[in-house]
Design a protein. Structure first.
Length: 325
């Protein structure tokens, strides 16, 4: 009798590979700029639109890849006014960076991205965070509905134990912690979006859940007392993880699946995530989890569109200059 085989994982299928870095690097600069134009100005089929006044009449310079608006005289390029404003990398290199970034299923470190692109670590660090900011913009003002799972995961703040056992302290006590520990609270709609937030404690997540989950939704949570106040607003289903992972239809397995991706990114790629940037990395992993069944070519187009739709980054434009000041 033939042995039954499991279905092929999506990432192993040919459908998942619709674009390669090799294809991007074989593009000319003009072809890469054309690809950016078609994404940024999709409504006009790539014809430039003035980012200042919205005029469609623009003259292209013969000596440089920029345009001048006939209406207000504003000069702009394909990345002007976007998160890539002030770039020094060629557009083709930006497109390659996006392709490399989305191809990494568990995320990619700035060190590895810099080596792949042949740029300094500082350049890769800021570029990666700009892409994370663009990912997070897709989750802005999203409200979850239906069946939603909530959970919390503590990240960082580890204190190394003393060498001798007699000198070791109970690291579970607040007095013996370094204060850098933070909690990622996640809301995950079944069949929908994932919304993470980096907070100081799990208890801080309840008010945010009340705002970002529609009233009347069914919320699944574990036995932690942090979620008790949600009973006043939602139909709650609770699961005691000391007894089982699923019971009487209640479970938080999809929230745990998100935390698995976040942990793998932390341990396998970044090794350490600073508390200041934890929310950025959490949003990145949520975006990857929500689009895990999209081909990499579609992911490149989606992230490119988000980056070109975002305005100039307040946090990352001139980041290293401010750090040095």
């Amino acid at each position: 009798m033939p042995r039954k085989t499991k279905g092929q994982h999506f990432l192993l299928s040919a459908k998942a590979r619709s674009l390669s870095v090799k294809q991007v690097m074989r593009m000319t600069d003009e072809e890469a700029r054309t690809a950016f134009r078609r994404v940024r100005w999709a409504s006009t089929d790539g014809e430039p639109v003035c980012p200042k006044c919205g005029c469609l009449g623009c003259n292209e310079y013969a000596c440089r890849p920029i345009w001048k608006c006939k209406g207000c005289g504003h000069q702009f390029s394909v990345t002007s006014g976007t998160i890539f404003a002030g770039r020094k990398l060629e557009v083709r290199d930006l497109l390659a960076a996006i392709a490399i970034f989305v191809n990494a299923a568990k995320g990619i470190s700035a060190l590895q991205l810099g080596r792949d692109l042949g740029v300094q670590y500082k350049t890769a660090f800021v570029l990666a965070h700009k892409l994370r900011e663009a990912m997070a913009a897709e989750m802005r003002n999203v409200v979850l509905d239906g069946t939603v799972e909530v959970d919390g995961c503590y990240v960082g703040g580890n204190v190394r134990p003393e060498n001798l056992k007699a000198d070791r302290k109970d690291r579970r006590l607040a007095d013996n912690q370094n204060g850098k520990r933070k909690c990622v609270v996640v809301m995950r709609e079944r069949g929908g979006r994932t919304l993470p937030f980096a907070l100081m404690s799990e208890a801080e997540g309840a008010p945010i859940i009340a705002k970002r989950v529609a009233k009347g939704s069914v919320v699944h949570a574990d036995e932690a007392g942090s979620w008790d106040e949600l009973h006043a607003r939602f139909d709650m289903k609770r699961i005691n993880h000391q007894v089982g992972y699923s019971m009487d239809g209640a479970c938080t397995n999809q929230a745990e699946s998100y935390f698995s991706r976040l942990r793998r990114a932390e341990w396998g790629q970044h090794h350490h995530i600073g508390g200041l940037y934890l929310g950025r990395y959490a949003a990145e992993m949520a975006w990857r989890e929500d689009h895990r069944r999209v081909a990499n070519g579609g992911l490149v187009n989606r992230l490119t569109g988000l980056a070109l739709a975002a305005s100039v980054s307040v946090d990352w434009c001139g980041y290293w200059q401010r750090k040095a000041a």
